[in-house]
Design a protein around this ligand. Structure first.
Ligand SMILES: [Zn+2]
Length: 210
């Protein structure tokens, strides 16, 4: 089924699941033994989900999906290095996902720690420092734009992450140019479970015939 999904259809499917989760009427699709057996020979997920590792952001729960639906990559503060880029490219180029989602959220610890570090606080121990360093450009961009609210910092970090993803990954940029894949940046709200669209690339593009 997902073979034929356009980026727009994949996005609508993702939002429909989030809507079920928000309203407290989840269907828990694709979580039974039949689905497990059906998928054993191979996977065909409809989206790559690259989000923050925060324990409150469990991808299949907040989008009401199941096995084989989402190719998930999560790091603290959705910061990216080669492994993340390789994983996203695998999802797009090898698995053919028509959608890539960058998922940030309010009250993000990585963003808060980075704001504190920029304000002259602790810059983090060990590899936590690496996370803070990677979030810093987003916080600086947000500062430059005059933002003060947490939500604005989160939106900026989501936008910067989408830009960086497309900047770094040639395979992803080409897939978007050809209309095979869209990239959307979403901001998740912890209190009510909503995933709000912050930015989108290639969502309504007509696929280029091959
Ligand atoms: Zn977070």
């Amino acid at each position: 089924m997902t073979d034929t999904l356009t980026p727009r259809e994949a996005f609508e499917m993702l939002l429909a699941g989030n809507q079920r989760f928000i309203t407290g009427a989840p269907e828990h699709p694709n979580q039974d033994a039949a689905r497990r057996a059906q998928l054993a020979p191979g996977q065909n997920p409809f989206a790559v989900l690259f989000g923050c590792s925060d324990s409150r952001l469990a991808a299949e729960i907040i989008f009401d999906r199941g096995l084989g639906d989402l190719f998930v990559v999560r790091t603290a503060g959705h910061v990216m290095g080669p492994e993340v880029l390789g994983s996203v490219e695998y999802g797009v180029s090898v698995l053919g996902c028509p959608l890539v989602v960058v998922l940030g959220h309010d009250a993000c610890g990585a963003v808060a720690a980075t704001r504190a570090a920029v304000d002259g606080g602790a810059t983090g121990e060990g590899f936590v420092r690496d996370v803070i360093e990677r979030v810093t450009p987003s916080v600086l961009a947000s500062r430059a734009a005059g933002h003060v609210e947490d939500a604005d910092f989160i939106d900026e970090h989501v936008r910067c992450s989408v830009d960086l993803l497309l900047d770094r990954s040639r395979a992803l940029a080409e897939a978007v140019d050809q209309g095979r894949t869209a990239v959307v940046g979403l901001a998740y709200r912890l209190t009510d479970g909503t995933a709000r669209l912050v930015t989108a690339r290639g969502l309504d593009q007509t696929p280029v015939p091959v």
